[in-house]
Design a protein around this ligand. Structure first.
Ligand code: CA
Length: 228
């Protein structure tokens, strides 16, 4: 059975492009132009994944994310225009899985969808505990980080920060989410902590900390652990 995708987008051209590209890939695509329409479709035929535009004629996409998250783990990939940066972060904090900034390629959208689907699948089965890419290997179960086969020594905070990114490998994690989960909810404004510890982590993990291969910056949003 093909996966069902709900595309919520009011721009006719973009909607048609996404719909036809996803159909070609074998997805069963439904579309909605407004929040209300999307809400109706969610009740009558719950999708396996939602592609959500931020600016909709009858409201803010964050409403839909909150509604979905109350009952479902359905992956949500947000597509936004560049000027919607602040809104985009609010959506990720509300539980959206990832985002793409317009204009984006269909290949990028498909890649983000695959990661989001895989993550939702694995969180239901078993949590991701091992991450390996190039010469970096992180084993959360063993509490071990290796670079080219050598054990690295991380401080407890560095390890917590890296572990948070490993559990969401391939997906962006916002500054707010990282600060809340690693330092605590009262530290969500202390972005200088993040900059400091991310610098230390990069110095240990990356070959060239100035050109990170693993710990990628999502400017103004957060960080992403590279998976390929
Ligand atoms: Ca729009």
């Amino acid at each position: 059975m093909s996966l069902r995708v709900l595309v919520v987008e009011d721009d006719r051209e973009i909607r048609a492009l996404i719909q036809s590209s996803l159909s070609v890939e074998g997805f069963d695509v439904q579309t909605a132009v407004t929040l209300r329409e999307a809400q109706a479709l969610l009740i009558h035929s719950p999708p396996d994944l939602i592609v959500l535009d931020l600016g909709l004629p009858d409201g803010d996409g964050v409403e839909l994310v909150q509604q979905v998250r109350r009952h479902h783990a359905t992956p949500i990939v947000v597509v936004s225009a560049r000027h919607q940066e602040a809104q985009k972060i609010a959506l990720l904090d509300a539980g959206a899985d990832d985002y793409l900034t317009k204009p984006f390629s269909v290949a990028e959208l498909l890649a983000r969808m695959r990661v989001a689907l895989r993550h939702r699948g694995t969180t239901l089965a078993a949590a991701v505990t091992v991450h390996a890419l190039d010469d970096l290997r992180v084993d959360l179960g063993l509490h071990q980080v290796q670079k080219a086969g050598e054990n690295l020594h991380l401080t407890p905070t560095e390890f917590k920060l890296l572990a948070r990114l490993v559990r969401n490998a391939g997906r962006v994690v916002t500054h707010r989410q990282l600060l809340a989960d690693v330092w605590g909810p009262e530290f969500t404004d202390h972005t200088h902590y993040l900059r400091l510890y991310m610098g230390q982590l990069r110095a240990k993990i990356e070959h060239d900390p100035a050109e990170p291969r693993h710990l990628l910056t999502e400017t103004g949003v957060g960080y992403r652990l590279a998976v390929d």
